[in-house]
Design a protein. Sequence first.
Length: 398
Amino acid sequence: MKKKHLHKKKISGTKKWSAKLHLWFGLSVGIIVFIVALTGTMYVFKDEIQSVLRKEAMYVKETKTSAIPLSILKEKVSLEINEKYPINAVEIPLDKNKSYRFSYYEKNKKGWNYFQEVKINKLVYVDQYSGKVLAVYNEKYDLFPILKSIHWSLLLKSDWGAYVIGIPTVLFIIMLITGIILWWPKNKKVRKGRFWFSWENVKTWKRKNYDLHNVLGFYASFLALLISITGIYFAYPYVKNTFNLALSGSLEIPKEKEIKSPDSLMVKNASVFDITAQETRKLYPNSSSFRIPLNGKNKKGKELKNIPVTIYGQEGRYSERNTLVFDKYSGKLLAEKPHQKLSNAEKYANANYDVHTGSYFGLFGKILWFITGLICTSLPVTGFLVWWGKQKKQGKKI
């Protein structure tokens, strides 16, 4: 009597290669994906946590007296903090019950890691009515900036460290796509069983672990794709250029033309920063806060020809940004660029950080991003255990 041969279902070439890529990339960059996902998840509620921990420094009692002029406050902070580096900028809230925030920030271009690259990063909370320094936070050694640096560059120099993270992120995007392909069954009957856990008759941890990887991975994949793409937007110019082309029909956002100061021959007005602050309040009374550079340089250390003031529309978000440009000698308003007049590409460039962190969608978005981050953190672990279980099984057969 001839034995009947049971024929296995033929696996399509697409699924076969998807399985191989999913495994190879998972084993090669799984540990980096784990680190990036974990640090990103821990960073999501940064603002909410700091608002609790720094509550006493963030709020002041409004008095009948007006705020001390910025020129005097700047001098008082410089004398009290006594740093060799100049004050970088001040962020002024429109809420009169919130304190001013003076920042020190200086980078070392030759540093090869985070701690060498950042010379100083301090945040000083000041009562604008009394001039009292409420608190000084050394942001360089604070948890959240360190988490951000690990997430962005594994604590390596930010310029090229971003590529160290960027490459695994691209591979993770491929893993997400191949994971969806592997999850997707041929018929509807099987598909229904893959939307949730069916553990009534399941006793082995291997099967439960496989289901955790399979089901949770599927639900997180679509949002994880968005998070990953918005992440490599920061690292790779070609990704940013693709967004620019799709949104505004041009590969690059036009660079701002430098405005020549009409009052460059004048003696610099000592109250120039107070003039800019007063005009900003008048033009954007309903905004959240605005930032004025005080040392004549931008964040990259480049000298500024004028005084660009960045106005934030909502607290905890960078997407709705307005810009005013003032003459650095007289404080005269030279240009205004409101959020409404930005191109779609410019609006998205401002919003990408908020989309990446979930803050663009409010508290609900942050909660959703946090849950997705936890799942993404678990995927390299459950995926490795699936592979390890198969290896042990094959070893027993031998």
